[in-house]
Each structure stands twice: as C-alpha cells, then as structure tokens.
Write a protein that binds this ligand. Sequence first.
Ligand code: 26Y
Length: 808
Amino acid sequence: MTYVTSHAGDTPGDFGRDVLSNLYYQRGTTLESASAQDTYQSVALTVRNRLVDRYIRTAAAHYRANPRFIYYLSAEYMLGKQLDQNLLYSGTEECARRALEGLGLSPSELAALDVEPGLGNGGLGRLAACLLDAMATQDIPAVGYGIRYDFGIFKQDFRDGGQVERPDNWTFYGNPWEFHASDDQQTVGFYGHTEPLDGLRKSWVPGEVVLGEPSHMLVPGYGTTTVNIIRLWRARAARESFDLSRFGAGQYGEAVEEIVRSENISKVLYPDDSTELGRELRLKQQHFLVTCALRDIVRRFRLRNSDWDDFAGKVMIQLNDTHPVMAIAELMRMLVDEEGLEWDRAWSITRRTFAYTCHTLLPEALETWPVALVQRLLPRHMEIIFLINHLFLQEVAARYPGDEGKLRELSIIGEGDEQRVRMAHLAVVGSSAVNGVAELHSRLLAATTLHGFAELWPGRFHNVTNGISPRRFMRLANPRLSELITERIGDERWLTDLDRLTELEPAADDPAFRERWREVKRLNRVDLAHHALAATGVALDPDALCDVMIKRFHEYKRQLMRVLHVVALHRRIHRGEVADVVPRTIVLAGKAAPGYYAAKRIMRLANMVAGLVNNDPVVSPYLRVVFLPDYNVSRAQLIIPAADLSEQISLAGKEASGTSNMKLALNGALTIGTLDGANVEIRDRVGAAEFFLFGLDTTGVAALKDRGYVPWEYYDRDPELREVLDVVAGFDKEIVDDLLHRDEYLTLADYRAYVDCQDAVSRAWQERDLWTRASILNTARSGFFSADRTVRDYCRDIWHISPLRIDG
Ligand code: 26Y
C-alpha cells in the first residue's frame, strides 16, 4: 500500500501546530493578522484532516475486500453542522479545546462560523443524514449520492408575522469540509432523439449535454474506524462554452447563456415537500443526479469486477422516495443500449439492484410526470418505461385475466386528461424491496396506496421504522444529559448501543437522580431562553413547562390545532381562570413551502397569536409563545434538549413516521400525540402511562368521513371552541371559514379531546416527581429509535449485507 500513515498527531500541540500551518499555507496569513474566517477555515481543515487517515484506510480496505456496497440515492440531505460532529467523531474535542485555548481562540466563536449545509427540506433529508451516520457507525460499506445545490433550503424571516424567504448561499465563504474532484466528471444528456440499433437496442443522441462534477464530504462512523463518503454533484457547462465572440460584440448576457443554462440544474433545492408542480427543471435535477450516480457506481464496480452477473451482488441501490427513481430506466438504458445485454438479463440485474423507500401516504405527494415532458426531455427513457410497463402489464393480465380495472390501477402510465408516468409504480416494479418508514405506515401502504402491488408481490413489502442518530441528537445536542447518563450507566457505549439506556430505568425511582435530571432540563431551558431572547426579543421563564412543536408547516400536521389551544389558554387566563393553569412556554418552529398558501396563513396566525399572548400583561406571566425563525438542524439541536412536551398531533393516517417525535422522546420530553406514524411505536415502547394520547385513530377517521363530517356541529356544541374560533376570526376570517365548512384534516373533530388532554398534561406537570420519572423513562425506553437499529433492519431484511470492520 502506498498510503502513508497518520500525519495528524493527537496532542494539543500537534493540533495547534496544524492550525498555524493551515493559516500560513492555506490562507497565507498568521495568527496575528488572520480574520475570523481565516481562523475558522484553518481550524475546520485541521479537524477534517484528522479523519483523512481513517478515510484512506477505509477506502483501501474496501478495495481489498471488494464487498457489497450500499449506494444511497437521495435528492436531499440535511447534514447539520460538521465542525461539532467531526470534532466528536475524530475524538479530538478535548485536544482541540486545549489547543485553541492555547492560541487564544474561542471555540464557540469558531463554531458560530460553521455553516450547516441545508440541502434538504425536512424529515426525508435528515433521515438520509442519520442513516449515513449509522451506516458508517455500523461499518457498512456505503456511499451517499446527492446534488450539491448552490442554494439550499431558503432562510426564513417573518415580516408582519408572515414568512419571507431569503436565499441560502451556504458556500459563500467556501466549504472547508469538501474535497473537489473536478477531473472526475460525468456527462449527462438531455433532449434529442433515438435511433434504432439491433433488436431492442437503440442509441440516444442527446440534444444537450452538461457535465456533472463531484465533490465529497467525509461521513465518519462513531467509535469505529470506518469513514464513508457522501458524493455530491454539481452541474457545469463544457469547458469552452463561454461565447467569446458574443462577449466581444457586447452581448454579455448571451455570452454566458449556455453556462447559465447548464449550471442552473444544480442551482437551487426545490423547497416543496409534498405537492409536486411537475417542473421541468426538477426532472432535470433528478435525471442529473441519477446519471452521475450510476456512472460513478459502475466505475467503482469495474475497479474490481468485470461480469455483469456480479453487479446486483456487489451493488445495492436504495432509492430515497421517488425522486431518484429514474435510475431504474437509466440503468436499463446503460445495460441494454450501451453494454448490449439482452433485455431480460438487464431487467433481472436491475430489479435485484434497487430497493425503494416510500415516505408518504398523501396521494398528492406521489410524483407523476407528464409523458409528453419525459418524452421531450428523456426520449429513450420514455421508450424504456413504456417497454417495462408493457411487459409488466402482461404479467398482471396473466394473473388477473380479463381484469381491465387491475391494469388501469397498476399501470406505470396513468391515464387521465393527460398521460403521466407514476414514479412510485415504476419504483415498485423495478425494485426487489419496498418499505414504509413506520409500522402503521407500512401497513397502510400495503392496504391502500400500493395495495394492488402488495397483493401481487407480498414478499416484496417490508417495514423499516425510521431512527435518529443518538450521536447528533443526544451527545452533541444535549451534552449535559449525555454526561449524566454516562455517569449513571458507567460508560459511553450506550451511544452505539442505545438499548443500554434501559439501564436508566431504576434511576427513575431515585429521588437524587431525578433532581439532577430536572436540573439538566432546567439549564437547557435557560440556554434556549437566551437564544429565544436574542432571536425574537421574547423573554422566557426557564421554569415554565417547555411545550415544543417543531416540523414543516403542513395542514395535516395541524399546527392550527396547536394555535387554537393557545387561544383557549389565553382566554381562560385572561378571564382569571388560573387555578389549574401551569406556566407554559409554547415553542414553535418550522418552514412552509413558499407557494403553500394555507400553511403560510396558519403561520401568520401563529405569529399574531404569539403577539396577543406575549403582550397581554395578565396572560404573559403564565403563557409565552415563541416562534423561532429559520428552523434547521442546528436550531433543532438547541430546542430539543429543553423540551418537556413533544407535540405530535397530525391527523391519524397522514404522517408517515415523524422523526422529531423520536428525538424529543429520547431527550426526555413526554409526547402528546395521536396514533399516527411512529407515535404508535413510541407509545408501545415508553408505555401508555408515559404518553398523552388523544384523538381519532385511522378507523375513527374513516368512520367519521363515511358518516359525513360536519365541522360546524362542533362549533355549535362546544362553547369554548366557539369562543376560540371567534377570536381567530378577528385575526383571519378565511381560516375559520375553511375550518367550519371544509376542515379537511378534522381539526374541529379532535379539538376537544386535544384540549382536555392538554389539561391532563398541566395536571401531570404539577406532580413534578412523577413527571420527571416519566421523562427519565421516555429516555430509557427510546433505544429502539436509534438509526443504528434502523440500519440493522435494512441490512437484515433488505440489503442482505453484514459489517466490514476496518483495521485500526
Ligand atoms: C416531490 C417533492 C415535492 C417532494 C420533496 C420532498 C416530496 C416529498 C418530500 C419530502 C418528504 C418528507 O420529508 N417526508 C417525511 O419523511 C420522514 C422520513 O421518513 C417522515 O418521518 C415524515 O413522516 C415524512 O413526512
């Protein structure tokens, strides 16, 4: 082997020397004259470089072993800040702290300059990051593929209570965490036409070509020697596409036209997370990601293999929702057209290579593309999809002779006003395994959305309940609680074996431990209060119950119901009914898709109600509402440790899984929630007595809708609800009109049960020892929700792969 062993020493002296050396040689400056950015970048490089040695060893070991790889394809990743993570994972936290101290540098000021790559919308993107973390931690050979958007998820401000979006120029000062490989480009075609070759083979002559340029970031495992990578692709125009003659003629815009057109492909993350508008550029992004990833995967396969029959054994591609599903058609095109494989052989390889994870039940979130658009943008892929569908429908017809309805139901091509490609159908047909993300979700998928497929291929359907990284969402986010847990359990191994948290159960009955637990929670609330004051000007009482709802704004998640309860509390306190009231801080955070009118309205209402509450001198001693702007991973890490109550109040049957529910329970928050998504499993595990359950379940929802739901009946019957809605109408009449006449997500139907349950929460909070006990038990029993368990489930049920340890 030609790699050199560790350059980076592990003493504070070594670390400090490397910082100075990076300042000198990378930034061309010295400690005395360095800017804050110079120093941050030098420290970041120093930390990054402490993982390079492990990465090189991992890559070499992977090369030697030629193992089966997991390739995770995702249009979104919410990685979170890298500095804190890499300090922890490289085991240099303490050494760096001492070195920085010695140089007179402030770790917290440096940490503040670290920018989180916000390359995703919400749950699905963060799940991708948690799974990469857990795969590395479990020593699974894996690569994540994604798009290196120039602009990530927008930054959120409020103006007059409404959301205003600002661009997220996350690489403005450069990104010290990535390695560029500009000599390792791929070419990606678009448009054009096809020409027949022999048999089913055709050749595609693209009308336009762009380059995909990769860079990668390190994905270290925790407590192991594996360092995997995430490879992100950026679109570039060909080297000589700048039009000199036009520039010379003064046509400056036209001179860069081709560059702009090409580079626009990876310019910005689409900020929608449910309803797809069918934008051509989004389809271009998907095809771009898929083509770059597949070519890279084939290149890597060929390093050690030559027989296509080995491909599916060495390559497992996990499709994160439908966004990268065009990969199925692209792999077929590569195998049939470029490699000359027979169709059936290519199809068998393809089907064994892919697995598909579905993250939704909402029909409007299932992607479909107009056939006419796919035909124009990707003519050969459209032909291949038609052929896949033709052969698939023959199979269906053989199984259900004469059943036209079945053919229509299952077809990859949806027939309506216009023909559309149903990406979820293509995904199921072209994969060896399909999974939902929580037990209830997987059951409902097989019973409703993908019912016909589950009947056809029952063995293909699985559940893999989501999980979260305990490293990021406990150890990094909540160092105080982590330390207390480690002290009690006796070692830190719970961080990679989260079931060991059950060892905390006896401590729930130990008064001294409960006292310390409460103290940690209180200090975390103090931290949050500092942040809230700086960010919003709202002063919080660190002794008040910290009641948290953090997630994307969506009607089905029912932030509106949260607001109605706040108004009810306000009315009661204002009238002087304070006997049963406990001081509460309501924390809200989350973004809305810029074009999602209803969600933005609810957000504006939430801000107006916050103003009403906080500025009412009678009410504000009992109740404060803080809506923290610009929710992201870093802000989650700040809010979650302070939470006492976790709001998981979606309409049953709508939330696929949820993951903030897991993060909050792990950090000792009690859940108030419906039987939806992973809430069901959280309640099963932490115990019904430690969970505030309310509302309709999926059966109740279906029954009510069958009977005919009449929302205004609830308004008539419930005087407090009436009073609340009258107050809300004073702020926004349209919201109330919609609730009374449509209320698609049954907010009024669940309102009374919700508010009564909140009253039970308030009573429980007054029994402080019992509450703390329940808080400890929530943590102790949340081990199941580790992403390490999720990855083990994938390995066992879907990937059929085992860990490959890298020698230290
Ligand atoms: C098609 C496009 C508009 C689109 C873009 C992003 C569609 C969906 C999404 C993102 C979806 C998402 O984040 N889903 C969430 O995935 C989490 C991880 O599985 C779940 O916990 C959560 O319930 C689900 O809403």
